[in-house]
Design a protein around this ligand. Sequence first.
Ligand code: AR6
Length: 178
Amino acid sequence: MVTVEAVLGDITTQCVDAIVNAADSALMGGGGVDGAIHAAAGPALLEDCRRVRATTHPKGLPVGEAVATGAGNLPARWVIHTVGPNRHRGQDDPALLASCFTRSLAVARDLGARCVAFPAVSAGVYGWDAAEVAAVATDALRADLAEHDGVDLVRFVLFSEPTLAAFQSALSAAGPLL
Ligand code: AR6
């Protein structure tokens, strides 16, 4: 049985196996949750990101993909970086956003991370409506978790009351499977 929940909070403080970062393709840090994660993790995270760029992803991480690094000083063991679609650049395909959630879970399973925390990917600088992100994330998770074992807890960690309300509403609409 998988637990899927939504809480109000700061993802950097979460005691889970892996937290997901709403990064950009360069993986060099930024604002929003990306900035908060790098600030809390310390310089080891940026070093890990540089290593990813120097090895597996010299051209950067594509939109909808995910890659793991260590987590520096964070309580979590890993950071899974994903790049959401940027609506301001015309990236409005929900499949790309869904892919952020499913690819991140696939990376979590490969790591052996059983408890995973997600932010509202693309619902900040990248301009997606929080309710749409919540609906896309919930649908993606429902299909993914029904098909694959290995993750016991998915926690959405939301930074504002309206975003929390959007996720709570999407989760209750999704019904008992989640
Ligand atoms: N914990 C949880 N959620 C947070 C936190 C936090 N500490 N801080 C912000 N949020 P955004 P995006 C929420 O803009 O839209 C960066 O510069 C925030 O309120 O962080 O995918 C990257 O480098 C919002 O609901 O991510 C990229 O360039 C959600 O996290 C770009 O922003 C996502 O907002 C990515 O944009």
